[in-house]
Design a protein around this ligand. Structure first.
Ligand code: HAM
Length: 411
């Protein structure tokens, strides 16, 4: 049997899981203050849900999906992202009655990408979606919530917000025509990847990391020259509100994002600390998504953050509550020790019972486990209804009546 975890997946040992949970708890608490409440959708969906929404030519659909047939010959896909599933649930659960709908979700996502630092095949996202409002102020609320999450995780200062508008459909259509015209003129100087994209997904050429492509793009037309009035107005509203809220950003006319469902504003918080995988929290507006899926026309905006990336960057430490060690001196007091531990736990105190090995080793183990007190139970003490309690930080030891033990330990 091959005992390695599958390439691109990882085990979360207790410390890593505690950090992951800390990041989720902080993010959940922040977005809760903005009125986003958690919901969950299944980890797999009919493949159509992703194929029809993310775009056949997108990297995700064309080469990264974990797609399989189940025993009933249904074609299913492990979710590569969360937005399409939320949009599917919005339609199938009839949530259009509940707009503006603000939801948060978190959990594993799956993409068959080349694994490297910060990039995995099973990774975790935490995201928010705001469905209903078409106003740019909804984009601002989402961006502000993302910024506050990064702030409370103490990573906002090492991240920069890149923002752009890819305009509405009409503006984008006109822009793509001009971009393709320009790029066709320099086609043979483009990288092989960009030449392919010129046919299938020309906007993504703006994302190219190839230096020669980047140099050619310097003279390419820019999207902001093609905004119609509506696109101009909604983007200006967002820029002005971000300034008013002192949320720092860089306008980046080359930012396009890799999924087909976006329109108008797109954004990405990036870091320089994770090498090539620099996107920490990213998203944008998707006004046509729900309609494309057959639901009632409902604008939407949101973002998702990679939790592994947030955990790597976040300097905060998960601090589990400190336990009490219960040490029965003798076999005859073991039962009493487990009973006492059960009572204390039921009142809310974490306890560890150490009943094997010599006393000094057990005491060392208690210290190593960050216990704040050791309750030593001998037959004589139990007879008297007492325990000997050593407070490990102070080194002080005293006898405490068993009936007073909980309040003594709690204080
Ligand atoms: P995305 O940019 O594809 O957007 O992913 C969002 C975040 O997930 C990225 O910024 C990154 O932090 C993390 N991420 C993506 N791929 C990986 C990977 N292979 N390993 C580790 N982390 C990764 C979306 O998924 C959109 N659904 C976001 C959105 C929500 N747009 C509107 N609403």
């Amino acid at each position: 049997m091959n005992l390695q975890s599958v390439r691109g997946t990882q085990d979360f040992l207790p410390e890593a899981q505690a950090k992951h949970n800390l990041v989720v708890d902080i993010a959940r608490s922040v977005v809760g203050r903005f009125g986003f409440y958690e919901m969950a959708t299944p980890i797999f969906e009919f493949s159509e849900v992703f194929k029809r929404t993310l775009g056949e030519a997108s990297d995700i659909v064309s080469k990264e999906m974990y797609t399989f047939k189940d025993r009933n010959d249904e074609e299913l896909t492990l979710r590569p992202e969360g937005t399409a599933g939320i949009a599917r649930a919005f339609i199938s659960e009839g949530l259009s009655q509940r707009t503006p709908l603000k939801v948060m979700y978190q959990g594993p996502m799956f993409r068959y990408e080349r694994p490297q630092k910060g990039r995995y095949r099973q990774f975790h996202q935490l995201g928010i979606e705001l469905l209903g409002p078409a106003s740019g102020m909804a984009d601002v609320e989402c961006i502000a919530a993302g910024f506050m999450v990064l702030n409370e995780l103490k990573i906002a200062e090492s991240c920069s917000l890149e923002i752009n508008s890819i305009g509405d459909e009409e503006s984008r259509r006109n822009y793509i025509a001009a971009l393709v015209k320009y790029l066709k003129g320099v086609q043979d100087q483009l990288s092989a990847d960009s030449q392919k994209r010129l046919e299938q997904n020309p906007l993504r050429i703006l994302d190219s990391k190839d230096e020669k492509d980047q140099a050619l793009l310097k003279s390419a037309p820019l999207i902001n020259e093609f905004y119609n009035e509506e696109s101009k107005r909604s983007y200006a509203q967002i820029i002005s509100a971000l300034k008013a809220m002192s949320i720092p950003f860089n306008e980046n006319p080359l930012l396009v994002r890799g999924l087909d469902y976006y329109s108008h504003c797109v954004f990405e918080f990036r870091t320089q600390q994770l090498g090539a995988q620099d996107a920490v929290l990213s998203g944008g507006r998707y006004d046509q998504l729900i309609k494309t899926m057959g639901g009632p026309a409902t604008p939407g905006v949101g973002w998702a953050a990679g939790l592994e990336r947030l955990s790597m960057l976040c300097p905060l430490e998960a601090k589990p509550a400190r336990p009490v060690a219960i040490l029965p001196i003798h076999e005859s007091t073991e039962q009493e020790a487990f009973k006492l531990a059960y009572e204390l736990r039921s009142k809310g105190l974490p306890c560890e019972v150490h009943f094997s090995g010599n006393m000094s080793k057990r005491m060392k183990k208690a210290v190593a486990q960050n216990c704040f007190a050791a309750v030593i139970l001998g037959p004589d003490e139990i007879q008297k209804g007492e325990a000997s309690v050593k407070f490990l930080d102070q080194g002080e030891q005293k006898s405490i009546r068993l009936t007073d033990l909980f309040s003594a330990l709690r204080s």
